[in-house]
Design a protein around this ligand. Structure first.
Ligand SMILES: [Zn+2]
Length: 308
């Protein structure tokens, strides 16, 4: 299975347009000991020809242009993208779908509740179904495995399983809609190749459940929530804001952070992804960066790739 990280930052990217925190200021000046990053986006493929996106980021257009494998080879409506798997309806995870509205046939896999939110509460997404042969919405049931298929229905060699991670819907969602199931708000995605290699994609994790831990124990590659280093990072850096945990993100550091909680797991390769621009570990001279690297973690960066 080929895995490409097209974007590795949290929503807003790094630097973020309205932010002049020490990280954002330094990266704009060209003096930051670390890298700028676009908003989180991952692509996977078994054969290197048919690709699937995990989410669809607002930076998708430039991310595709930076990735020759994802560019059309000839003719029109001929993208190597076969589909998109949605883990949630968060704006940073679905806005890119609207950038894919140019009549390209695509499979979009999403839970019933996420599909309902996009298609029934947000009329703009109707642009994805302007023509009969455009987006095909595929129901994803939590904790059931399904095959990622080409548009002609052929198995591509990757099986996907989704597990419930959080019951939080995006702020824009109408909480009064009784059809929104708590289990379907935000899922972790487990991708298994026909050869048995496993990748776990969990860019937003409120707490490490037993079910998630069991999957992590089997992972060959983990892309995990690296949004904030500390619970009070936003208030410390910006002077205001919610706690990381209040926003549904377990912090990396601290007594009960993911570094500590996952220390016992022997995962061959583990990366923090979805890193917020305020996170001190982005600075490669910082003690936080050192702590992460010494614990065997890598920081995801745009353009990173691996074959499992
Ligand atoms: Zn910033």
């Amino acid at each position: 299975m080929h895995v490409k990280i097209l974007g590795s930052a949290a929503g807003g990217g790094f630097p973020q347009w309205n932010c002049a925190c020490p990280n954002c200021r330094l990266v704009r000046s060209g003096k930051f000991p670390g890298k700028a990053r676009s908003q989180a986006q991952v692509a996977v493929s078994e054969d290197g020809k048919s690709w699937f996106l995990l989410g669809a980021s607002p930076d998708l257009r430039s991310q595709i242009e930076a990735t020759p494998e994802l560019q059309p080879r000839d003719g029109t409506n001929n993208s190597p993208l076969s589909g998109v798997v949605l883990a949630s309806a968060d704006l940073d995870h679905v806005l890119g779908l609207l950038l894919l509205r140019e009549l390209q046939p695509l499979n979009v896999y999403a839970t019933g509740s996420v599909t309902r939110l996009l298609r029934e509460q947000n009329s703009m997404f109707a642009m994805l179904n302007r023509a009969p042969d455009q987006v095909r919405w595929r129901a994803m049931r939590v904790e059931e495995s399904f095959q990622l298929c080409t548009l002609s229905g052929q198995h591509t060699g990757i099986t996907c399983t989704s597990i419930p991670i959080s019951n939080r819907y995006p702020v824009y969602a109408s909480n009064s809609d009784p059809a929104l199931s708590p289990d379907e708000a935000l899922v972790g995605l487990i991708l298994t190749s026909d050869s048995g290699r496993k990748m776990v994609y969990a860019p937003a994790v409120a707490s490490i459940t037993q079910s998630l831990r069991e999957w992590l124990e089997k992972a060959d590659l983990l892309l995990f929530d690296g949004t904030f280093y500390s619970d009070d990072e936003l208030t410390t850096v910006r002077g205001s804001g919610e706690l990381a945990r209040e926003m549904g993100h377990i912090p990396v550091g601290g007594e009960d952070g993911s570094l500590r909680q996952l220390a016992g797991l022997r995962i061959p390769r583990k990366l923090y992804i979805h890193i917020n621009n305020t996170n001190p570990m982005l600075n490669e001279t910082s003690p936080e960066y050192r702590a992460v690297r010494e614990a065997g973690w890598e920081l995801a960066e745009d353009g990173w790739q691996a074959t499992l």
